[in-house]
Design a protein around this ligand. Structure first.
Ligand SMILES: [Zn+2]
Length: 265
């Protein structure tokens, strides 16, 4: 397998990633399965706040592995604060993972339940103080924060997700990118701010272990039609044979003694 061609198929999927990306066999890999009854409540975990500038949204693209919305992160215009965050974190991009049918597709599994999809909202910090060198060392392991939502097929789908789904027709095939102006992702967020948090990794190669995950307890509801629209994306390029972009999720990885904490009882 060449480095550039990792994917989700039987010959280049998650079972093979460690062959070229040894970190994928590390001790702090994501996603994981959350067993909510075993997670300790931590009263020091306060509520998180997102303050997003809709005009930071730039483009939406299909890279053959996911559908991604990219934001301007050149200054603190769309940020995440509070909760387990000691700093201000800038929104860089969000993307989705989904299945080939409604009964699977999420990466994190919660109490044995696989959801139809999972939305990852990626934030990073670039603040350093006078102890810059030590801060870099300290932050190597936690410089990225992923706000993570599960998507569940339900009776009261969130109309706000329409905005992303409408853009899908413009980015059907791999390599397509389209303008995506004026979008505030917080319109997608569920009412409850309750979350689980743990230290883990990117869920795609090279799977670096530098992510604090903030996994929201309440799923975002979507309809079967909305999920079907997401599955209408293709992982092939424009003039190549049709191949649907589905099942772009990594299965849960070993927890290996890591602490998971809950912001709620
Ligand atoms: Zn992801």
């Amino acid at each position: 397998m060449a480095r550039a061609v990792w994917g989700y198929d039987s010959d280049n999927g998650p079972e093979h990633w460690h062959e070229n990306y040894p970190l994928a066999k590390g001790d702090n890999q994501s996603p994981i399965e959350i067993n909510s009854k075993e997670v300790q409540h931590d009263s020091s975990l306060s509520s998180w706040h997102a303050s997003y500038d809709p005009d930071a949204a730039k483009t939406i693209l299909n890279n053959g592995r996911t559908c991604r919305v990219v934001f301007d992160d050149s200054f603190d215009r769309s940020v995440l604060r509070g909760g387990p965050l000691l700093d201000v974190y800038r929104l860089r991009q969000l993307h989705l993972h989904w299945g080939s049918s409604d009964d699977h597709g999420s990466e994190h599994v919660i109490d044995g339940v696989k959801y139809a999809a999972e939305l990852h909202s990626c934030h990073f910090t670039c603040r350093w103080d006078v102890l810059r060198f030590f801060r870099i060392l300290w932050n190597m392991k936690k410089k990225n924060k992923y706000l993570c939502f599960t998507l569940q097929v339900g009776k009261t789908p969130k109309p706000e997700i329409k905005r992303i789904l409408q853009a899908i027709d413009n980015i059907k095939t791999k390599g397509k990118e389209a303008p995506f102006p004026h979008f505030d992702p917080s319109i997608l967020f569920p009412k409850s701010r309750d979350y689980w948090t743990y230290h883990g990794s990117f869920t795609t190669p090279p799977c670096e272990e530098c992510i604090t995950w903030i996994l929201l307890r309440e799923p975002i509801e979507v309809s079967p039609d909305q999920m079907a629209k997401l599955r209408s994306l293709s992982k092939n390029g424009e003039n190549e044979p049709e191949s649907p972009l589905v099942d772009n999720w990594r299965p849960p990885q070993p927890v290996k003694g890591r602490m998971e904490k809950a912001s709620f009882k």
